[in-house]
Design a protein around this ligand. Structure first.
Ligand code: GLC
Length: 715
């Protein structure tokens, strides 16, 4: 399609309308859609609605086809809609929440999950997914931790590019979907972990920690970017020309559509950044924001702003062209329905091939935190108790798209399938409300069940709807009801294993000394129960590593591994005058990169090809890893650096590479990493991205809490 010619046939009003996005229900009511539809609240005229460029939230293939068909009847230019949706961790067959994907440290399974998701979503009539969400997170209180791959810029960047590749593949392939990386930028740094709250940080911190994962998506060819709700240093992202035009488009070369978050244009007034919708329209188009999601600032004001000479028509043309070019890439002009196919959508949903992928992801995402030998449970057990309200509940997490919790395999169903002849008894033990007080009647019933069993699987943590958007928690402790239950059940039966369902790091300190074995399954998705049963009974081995620090106390939050040393570090302190608390240590309960396995690994001393290097060369570090157990397993080797003295203070550790090794029982392998100048670069005091000469410490281990290092000199 010659999009420039198409642009020239559009009137100014039609071009302006093309920059709006409304929910699909404004075009065609899906079943249950309210008769007025939000379009009435936006006082849209039929002409404005007829020329809108995109919609979000279709109910499936039939609704998508009906929406596109109806739109093409209405649009005088017959320009197909872009149909977008939040396909975050699956369309109908769900994989673990992103925080669980981050815990896999496995870009291959992450890419395969995204690919599977694109196949299902494209059959469901979706062209663009509002994913991957790659906001770096450090504050466990924030509800949207569950959507992120964690606290490290390097790990988040690798997961970001894997998802873009998985979703997009070749955009000309109709089974792909265009990815829309979000929320640009630094939404995860909302003050106090409170959703939508302000973000204030130095440009250095923004560039060092928060931007890399978005840039990785752009470098991987992401088709769209969504600007975030939050301000950065007083400027709301959707109106932030420096962020959107100078950095995203200017420095990174991104030339796809930028979309706002839901009604973020209209919210510029609430921020106190705009006097009203007309000013908001001007600010956003100046920042090169292309698509306005679910508000009407552009459609109601841009024509007037052009007539007043405040906005040039050419600015609007640039926005429309970016949208038309994406439609062209997706082949919509040749086939407006792309891969929408109700029969295919039905056939793919929950199919065995997709179940196998999401089960593998759920197994790989679980992180074993403690095991006193209770795990794995024997397959010969005949009396098993499963306790907790999540025992027979599908734990699919927030942002579950068209996934249905009741379709997900529960822990009970997974254990039943593996142990068909065992007697499995359930007890609720607590209800699962936040800050719930103990119900001693429920606890007594659970203890009775625990006493009669040979082993107990105790399901604790938080409900899917206790994390996600607008789900921040000021108190991330387990409820007293859960703590009391865990203590009583573990007293009643020493053969107890705890499964934690969580969308964020929660405080496990009150139970960690009591429970003999505990692992987090995050919110594992459609095959969660089967994956958990496979792990508990040793059909699968744990390989997950924490992508986010688990604090010992919620008062430590935000707590992360790559902190600055300060002038009074706790290490080596001789008195109380160090950076710490009088009532808690600085140590986490479980550090970034931590995770146990049924296997045990011996990690040798790193061998360096040299202990100094120039910018022109590199140094190879090799390390022997031996599986000293009789169980095959995977070890995740992590390479960290520390820049000891620099023009800006540097973190005590920075992850720069990782590799997963599969080792049979008794097998030994040597793994190597290449240390390059690129790894040693940072945004220096001079504002350049470069490495500075000097002394570096190199750590190679299977967790961030290692203190073993070798010195490397860059000269
Ligand atoms: C929401 C979320 C964003 C999502 C959008 C559309 O408010 O912030 O992640 O993509 O609206 O549903």
């Amino acid at each position: 399609m010659d999009v420039k010619a198409l642009l020239n046939q559009m009137t100014l009003e039609q071009k302006v309308a093309h920059l709006s996005q409304f929910i699909a229900r404004c075009i065609v009511h899906d079943e249950g859609g309210d008769i007025t539809g939000p379009s009435r609240n936006l006082s849209l005229t039929d002409e404005e609605l007829a020329s809108c460029g995109s919609v979000l939230n279709v109910a499936g293939a039939e609704h998508s086809i009906a929406t596109q068909k109806r739109h093409l009847e209405m649009d005088p230019n017959k320009i197909p809609l872009l149909i977008m949706h939040d396909v975050i961790h699956g369309w109908r067959t769900l994989y673990p929440i992103q925080l669980g994907l981050g815990a896999t440290w496995d870009t291959d399974i992450v890419e395969r999950c995204s690919r599977m998701s694109a196949r299902e979503a494209s059959a469901g009539g979706v062209h663009v997914t509002f994913a991957p969400m790659v906001d770096l997170v450090r504050d466990a209180r924030w509800g949207r931790n569950m959507e992120s791959c964690g606290e490290d810029p390097y790990l988040c960047a690798r997961m970001s590019e894997a998802q873009v590749k998985g979703f997009q593949g070749d955009l000309g392939d109709k089974t792909s979907v265009c990815a829309c990386v979000k929320h640009f930028a630094a939404y995860g740094a909302a003050e106090g972990g409170r959703d939508y709250n302000s973000v204030d940080m130095s440009e250095h911190t923004l560039r060092e920690y928060y931007l890399p994962a978005y840039k990785a998506a752009v470098d991987a060819g992401v088709g769209m970017v969504m600007a975030s709700f939050n301000t950065i240093n007083g400027v709301p992202s959707i109106a932030n020309k420096w962020l959107l035009d100078d950095i995203l488009r200017g420095e990174w070369g991104f030339n796809g559509p930028i979309i706002s978050d839901y009604s973020a244009f209209r919210e510029l007034k609430n921020h106190g950044f705009s006097t009203g919708n007309k000013e908001s329209a001007r600010l956003a188009i100046e920042a090169t924001a292309d698509i306005e999601m679910m508000s009407n600032c552009y459609v109601k004001n841009l024509c007037e702003l052009v007539a007043e000479g405040v906005v040039k028509e050419s600015q609007i043309d640039e926005c429309v062209l970016r949208i038309l070019e994406l439609k062209n890439k997706l082949g919509l002009f040749e086939n407006p329905y792309r891969n929408a196919d109700p029969e295919l959508e039905k056939a793919l949903a929950l199919c065995e091939e997709h179940r196998a992928i999401v089960r593998e992801a759920a197994e790989k995402s679980a992180v074993l935190l403690k095991n006193d030998g209770v795990l794995p449970l024997s397959a010969d057990l005949t009396k098993i108790a499963i306790i907790g309200p999540y025992a027979n509940m599908g734990m699919i997490g927030a942002w579950a798209c068209h996934g249905i919790a009741d379709e997900a395999v529960t822990v009970y169903e997974g254990v039943r399938a593996l142990n068909p002849n065992a007697t499995i008894t359930l007890a609720e033990g607590f209800k699962g409300d936040l800050n719930e007080e103990p119900d001693y009647k429920m606890i007594k019933e659970a203890v009775k069940v625990a006493k009669k069993a040979q082993a107990v699987i105790l399901c604790i943590g938080e409900l899917s709807e206790q994390s996600g958007e607008a789900r921040s928690r000021a108190d991330i402790n387990m409820s007293k009801a859960q703590i009391e239950l865990v203590k009583e059940v573990c007293k009643a039966n020493k053969n107890t294993v705890c499964v934690v369902f969580n969308g964020r790091p929660i405080i496990l300190t009150d139970i960690i000394d009591t429970v003999p074995a505990i692992f987090t399954a995050w919110q594992p998705g459609t095959e969660g129960g089967n994956a958990i049963a496979n792990l508990i009974f040793g059909k699968a081995n744990f390989e997950g590593k924490l992508p986010m620090t688990f604090p010992r106390h919620q008062g430590q939050v935000p707590l992360y591994y790559n902190y600055l040393n300060t002038g009074r570090p706790v290490v080596g302190a001789k008195d109380r005058f160090y950076s710490g608390y009088i009532d808690e240590t600085n140590d986490p309960l479980f550090p970034f990169g931590y995770g146990l396995s049924y296997s045990s690994f011996e990690i040798g001393k790193p061998e360096f090809s040299a202990n100094e290097m120039t910018r022109e060369d590199s140094v190879t570090v090799s390390i022997k890893v031996k599986n000293t157990s009789d169980v095959a397993g995977k070890a995740t080797l992590q390479l960290y650096i520390r820049d000891l003295y620099a023009s800006l203070t540097r973190p005590v550790k920075e992850l720069k590479a990782f590799k997963k090794l599969s080792l049979d029982a008794g097998e030994e392998q040597t793994v190597s990493f290449e240390i390059t100048e690129e790894m040693l670069k940072f945004h220096t005091a001079s504002g350049k991205y470069e490495a500075e000469n000097g002394e570096f410490r190199i750590f190679v281990s299977d967790c961030s809490n290692t203190e073993e290092y070798a010195t490397l000199i860059l000269k």
